[in-house]
Design a protein around this ligand. Sequence first.
Ligand code: AGP
Length: 601
Amino acid sequence: MCGIVGYVGSRDTVTVLLESLKRLEYRGYDSAGVVVINGKGLLHEKATGNISSLETALNGGEMKGRTGLGHTRWATHGGVTRENAHPHFSCDSRVAVVHNGIVENYAELKASLSSRHVFRSGTDTEVIPHLIEEAYPECGKDPLRAIRAAMKRMHGSFALAVVFADHPDVIYVARVNCPIVLGLGDGESFLASDIAALLPYTRRVIPLEEGELARLEPSGVTVLDFDFRSKERKPLEIPWSLEMTNKGSFAHFMLKEIHEQKHTLASELIGRAEGLEGLALPDGIRRVVITACGTAWHAGLVGKLALEELARVPVDVWLASELRYADYPFGKDTLTIAVSQSGETADTLASVRLAREAGSTVLAVTNVRGSTLDREADLVVHMRCGPERGVAATKTYTSQILHMILLAMQLGRARGTLPDARHDQLKKELDLLPRRAAEILDQSEPLERCAREIAQDCSFIYIGRRYNLPTAYEGALKMKEISYLHAEGYGAGEMKHGPLALVDARMMCVAIAPEGRVTDKVVSNIQEIRARNGRVIAIGTRGDARIPAVADHVLEIPRCDELLSPVLAVIPLQLLAYHSAVKLGRNVDQPRNLAKSVTVE
Ligand code: AGP
């Protein structure tokens, strides 16, 4: 998922573009480029590699101008080359485009244009400036109408920013299925693919809605619909500070965000023991569907168990990329819960639109105010994690689990299925959670020792049961994402149905076995592995002697209610993946081939 930025105003445009691009690098970082307009026309520079490679290519050159666009790429169509980096230009180099999304019918469009236009790249995006160039004279040289005419010929998803040499002080923007946020300043205007990139300059933002166009000038922004009717849009004030988006003294954003959990868990709980503020759950809920992707899907799996235990309602958890093409029998009595930290994941949004069309009430759990999910859902619960910049989700995962549990408690109270005693007990346990997380975070030495044991060619199988089967999936995902070592999460009870064949000296087994209803079962599964000379790292409850007796390494967590144990048990696994990746010299915050927010299908 690419990141696009833009600026019009009196600051040094290239500096603003580079600063904002650095804050979007987690969206894609294989190549980058900028274009500025000045008296000499459209000047640009591109480079493969991350933003610092572009800075080197620019090496403080004289690219001055009041208006400019920037782009950081996550390649979908066309290899990682300087030619394929954005911006892309019309034949006369008087129109420049940066784009996030996919033009699905680009091959057909390119074929129809090639007799009249010269293509310089292998990307889907490059058809856009040529289509605009074609439409421009027919549209009476009206930039927005030419852009709209071009879009009518394109299928897919596109957040577009366009500059014209004819209009040196204006940026034109359009949005179909991909996020774009406008930033308001004094005598200057900004745009970016997400809010974090705007924070150094403004906290007053306007997220562009689906099917909107905009014109950015130093005097301000104008938002229009696709029929060019002007739209009144009230800016949002973003409660995030710039400091929240910096690493501070930590070596990586991921490590900072892991350690922030002792605070984020506490802030999530403030004023929520009796229920999530202002959340009026609909009556007559007979079924719950949870839709999400990646780490958020793992939080959904914990949500299923909590909702079925506390609210006694049947729950289906779906991978959003599957649900969007399934024939799921949503009904008016179905509550659909969409979990997404970014609020911009394309598959999750598509499944939400399906659910709403079928009359299901959609409740969103998201970390980004003003995100598409925040604006399209019927009900929203905002996470209080602050911005997450590490591509690997950590603090947002434990917060998502907490929201699932708070929702289950609230629905259980509403349905009369959660007795007072159990409710009170859970409230006490919740109050202790931030302190217990801090205890784990303050004991990193055993983790580093474990990570030192992990060899270059190690493979992993993570096992767990009940509330900690999702923990096994999440632990494996973290290890895969940032250390690039093969890792799989599996039901501990399923090992003897196949995966046990994988156990040998090269395989490291990570067993998640905190105290709970099935600890003894997991202990027997560990013994099955030990009987085949498998090596085992176990997550166990401090003081539970069963675990040290069967594991090579034990990473302890404080005693807690089993229902809350996934919040604590995942923290050592986040750190294990982190220390392994650092030891293997990986780019922890921007792992290869990944992006923080997956805005295309
Ligand atoms: C997790 O570390 C990954 N970054 C990824 O799996 C992520 O959880 C997934 O893309 C969903 O993102 P979302 O929560 O923003 O929708």
